[in-house]
Design a protein around this ligand. Structure first.
Ligand code: F6R
Length: 244
């Protein structure tokens, strides 16, 4: 695990965008795993800026998102499909047919998850998976549990994740209790992983991920076992590390 600490979130995001851009420049037909949430927003802004000034050509890229809320369709303001459209896909020229997000309206969630993993495998696995981390150490929506998950599956969101993500939903609006997520095994098959964590709220999870034992109660700790994982932190997210 390669850990880089930057003075602020902007620089950590810029470093992530450079790694993603480098991947696409090396291999224009890259298969990218993408994340939603607050952390990737400045990364996506930077990728959009690079594409606009002609420094990055995303036209041959294929993308697979980590997760989607169950019960939210593409038009729902809080669906991850909508999030990705607003914050990245509407502003770059990745062909619509190359964009993949689990279908939160799938009638048969288990079948949708099988289809999703099979599609990633058929694409040759992810060349680079971008990750954020939950304050409870989740990656994707793989919540703390007794065992590491393997394939994509339908997960019941933890109380902490429901609290943390409430901010994306209107006050009083119902919030999904379940999501479809790539499993830990699916994520670990990515050839390269870039995890970005910013802000003091992530400091304890980051410490556990890097310095703690590999423990399914802190799912991101599995990244210690990945052969090409890069962790980009701002100073606040790195503040609980004992070795710096
Ligand atoms: C998002 C995802 C989650 C987030 C994590 C951090 O697709 O899978 O694991 O990366 O919850 O979210 P933010 O960046 O909002 O703190």
């Amino acid at each position: 695990m390669n850990v880089c600490i930057y003075p602020n979130a902007e620089l950590a995001a810029a470093a992530a965008a450079i790694l993603i851009a480098g991947q696409v420049i090396d291999k224009p037909r890259s298969v990218l795993g993408l994340a939603t949430g607050s952390t990737p927003l400045p990364i996506y802004r930077e990728l959009i800026a690079m594409a606009r000034r002609g420094a990055l050509d995303l036209r041959q890229v294929t993308t697979y998102n980590l997760d989607e809320y169950m019960g939210l369709g593409p038009d729902h303001p809080c669906s991850y499909r909508r999030f990705m459209w607003e914050n990245l896909f509407s502003q770059v020229d990745i062909p619509a047919g190359n964009i993949h997000i689990p279908d939160g309206l799938a009638r048969d969630p288990a079948e949708e998850c099988r289809r999703y993993d099979a599609a990633i495998a058929a694409a040759g696995q992810l060349d680079l998976q971008l990750l954020g981390i939950g304050a409870n150490g989740h990656i994707g929506f793989n919540e703390p549990a007794e065992r590491f998950t393997t394939h994509s599956y339908c997960v019941a969101l933890s109380a902490q994740t429901l609290r943390d993500n409430r901010r994306f939903f209107e006050e009083g609006a119902p919030m999904p209790t379940h999501a479809l997520t790539m499993g830990i095994g699916s994520i670990m098959q990515a050839k390269r992983i870039v995890l970005v964590a910013t802000g003091a709220g992530k400091a304890q999870a980051v410490r556990g991920m890097i310095e703690g034992p590999v423990d399914p109660m802190l799912p991101a700790s599995i990244l210690q076992m990945h052969r090409h994982a890069t962790v980009l932190l701002d100073a606040a997210a790195a503040s609980a590390l004992t070795v710096r």
